[in-house]
Write a protein that binds this ligand. Sequence first.
Ligand code: ZN
Length: 254
Amino acid sequence: MAEKDEQVTWYWKDLPGVMAGISHKNAGWMNADEVDLARGATGKANRDKFFARLGFDPEKTVAITGLRHTTNVAAVDFTNAGQVIYGADGVDGLSTDQPGLILASTMADCLPIYFYDPVAKVVAIAHAGWRGVLSNMIEAMVKHLQNNYPKTQLNNLQALVGPGLRPCHFEVLSDVEELFKKRYSNYTDYREGKIYIDLPAIVKQQLSQVGLVGDNIQDTGECNYDLTDKYFSFRRDHPPKPQSMIAFVALRNE
Ligand SMILES: [Zn+2]
């Protein structure tokens, strides 16, 4: 259980050279995507405060993914700081080799997936809901990293699955079930006439299939729906305006 005034969970604390985490509900809405903003729910003031509290200037150090449910990844640098990145056809993943540049993505049920290669000194973040998982954002991300940062090695690459809807709460209707049946039928569960899919398990299988080493595939195991005091959940709360956490990763300045 999070302390009442705690605003962030940190990950990979045992790994040198990287910082990664996610904001808590009590840090406020972090919404950044223009679709969310059009619904009157800007999270800019909360984001600015949150990152300032961590010691970062959001205009100068934070780049944020759009939320378009694509598998497109953009390599970014400090010229992209202060921006939400959409690209020409949508962007749902960011990568960088620039220490001190924070890559971020907002979440309200979808999964953040964090990447870190400590030898190539590269970090990345991906946003994936069921569409991103089904179209294999993981494979797209790993290929992107290998193409853009030649020192990236599958042996070294670390990945972490963040908080999001788990099979306890990711219920789908038969249309989505059909889409998953072909390749991921083992990840469907049926309870009391309802259909559930285990997206994090599929992500971990994709990470393994693309060549990451077992020990380097980690999972927070957190269901944001279950952790009512800690995280927002769109499915749980059905808020009139979007309410998102922000997941972030950066190479540490050394
Ligand atoms: Zn749950």
